[in-house]
Design a protein around this ligand. Structure first.
Ligand code: FAD
Length: 344
């Protein structure tokens, strides 16, 4: 090809000589840092270098969350940017800020976030602008400082295969999102780090307008971070039976309630409760599957649970292949009995 046909290439410089330095996007709501971001921070720590957090929001939000962020274990630095345009922090408005922070002279080698709905739209957007790839939903990582390459694993095909992805030295800035169930959230009892303010970046062009946020209100633990989950499937017949059967058991165990997609599609449960490939990925200490067959798409969301208990009438149901404790029985007989026993 003629020289004239070649696209001009913009070279950016990133510091790599002093070891890894991760920038972790810390999401928050109501003055509380999301547990997914705490797991992302744990993953960033594994790189073995410096870890700087980034808090973005309105002035009130940042004021509320900053003292907690400063004490997160593993952080060596903290940046914050506040502006009304970051309430809420949409990928469209935050990406110019992230791009600015990562521009020439930036000390960062890695950009990290939870694999949340918002951050998984933010990181690839900025990575594409900076002409580097992004690795999503990682479950483990290893960084080799001598070759400046990071090796990740990430589940593919609904968790039926694990891909190993190497971001080598030719990628100066490595973006990745973290599956929160794969990394234990860091605690907020570290020594306080200094927080530095960053000027908000101008957002040009038409941006997405935030209309409203509708949060599901529940007194139960949040499904994504609950240590115990009781889930129901199609066998639960209808919404009333679903609630009447699962709620006493969830109450007795102090558990969150989950559902299979069949139960959600049939209207027994809200879709915020769906566990699986197209729902939430969970890994609680205890997962109780009631009247759930164990389709691969459901297993993709719960098979990493520490203890799986399954009740199903069908002895050949695939759920028994991943269950630690399996009961071939009618759940409508077993569950009330179980509730009584737990109460005793
Ligand atoms: P069924 O498969 O109908 O199983 C019901 C079970 O209840 C049976 O095993 C039966 O033996 C048992 N049973 C019946 N009566 C009783 C009783 N009285 N006592 C005890 N046991 C009883 N599914 C998900 O769950 N999550 C997802 O995220 C998801 N994503 C999907 C994405 C794609 C692209 C596709 C194609 C599918 C997806 N699915 C997902 C759907 C999935 O394939 C299954 O259809 C679904 O998980 C089945 O739900 P179920 O186990 O409740 O129902």
């Amino acid at each position: 090809r003629s020289l004239a046909a070649l696209k001009p290439v913009v070279f950016r410089t990133y510091a790599t000589a002093v070891g890894p330095h991760a920038l972790v996007f810390l999401e928050h709501r109501g003055g509380v840092i999301d547990s997914g971001s705490l797991s992302a921070l744990a993953a960033a720590e594994k790189l073995g270098g410096q870890v700087t957090g980034l808090v973005v929001g309105s002035a009130d939000e940042v004021t509320a969350v900053l003292p907690k962020a400063q004490k997160l274990k593993g952080l060596t630095g903290l940046l914050h940017a506040s502006s009304p345009q970051y309430a809420p922090a949409l990928p469209e408005t935050v990406s110019p800020l992230l791009e600015k922070i990562l521009s020439d002279g930036s000390p960062f080698t890695h950009v990290v976030s939870a694999h949340s709905a918002s951050a998984k739209a933010l990181l690839p957007r900025v990575a594409a602008k900076l002409d580097v790839p992004a690795v999503s939903d990682i479950t483990s990582l290893e960084h080799d400082a001598s070759s400046n390459s990071t090796t990740f694993t990430r589940p593919i095909y609904a968790g039926n295969a694990i891909a190993t992805v190497v971001a080598g030295s030719s990628i100066p800035l490595k973006f990745f999102t973290v599956r929160s169930t794969a990394f234990k959230a860091v605690a907020a009892d570290g020594s306080e780090v200094e927080a530095k303010s960053v000027e908000p970046a101008e957002v040009s062009g038409p941006v997405t307008e935030h209309v409203r946020t509708e949060l599901t209100k529940s007194d139960r633990p949040e499904l994504g971070s609950a240590s115990r989950i009781v889930s129901g499937g199609r066998a639960l017949k209808d919404a009333q039976t679903f609630n009447a059967t699962l709620e006493p058991l969830a109450d007795a165990l102090g558990a969150a309630i989950g559902a299979s997609r069949a139960a959600v599609d049939a209207g027994y449960a809200d879709n915020s409760l769906q566990v699986g490939q197209t729902g939430k990925v969970v890994a609680p200490e205890l997962y109780v599957a009631l009247g759930i067959s164990g389709a691969i798409q459901h297993l993709a969301g719960m098979k990493d649970s520490k203890l799986i208990v399954a009740v199903n009438k069908d002895p050949d149901a695939p759920i028994f292949q991943v269950a630690d404790v399996g009961l071939v029985a009618d759940l409508f007989e077993v569950v009330p009995e179980l509730v009584e026993k737990i109460k005793q």
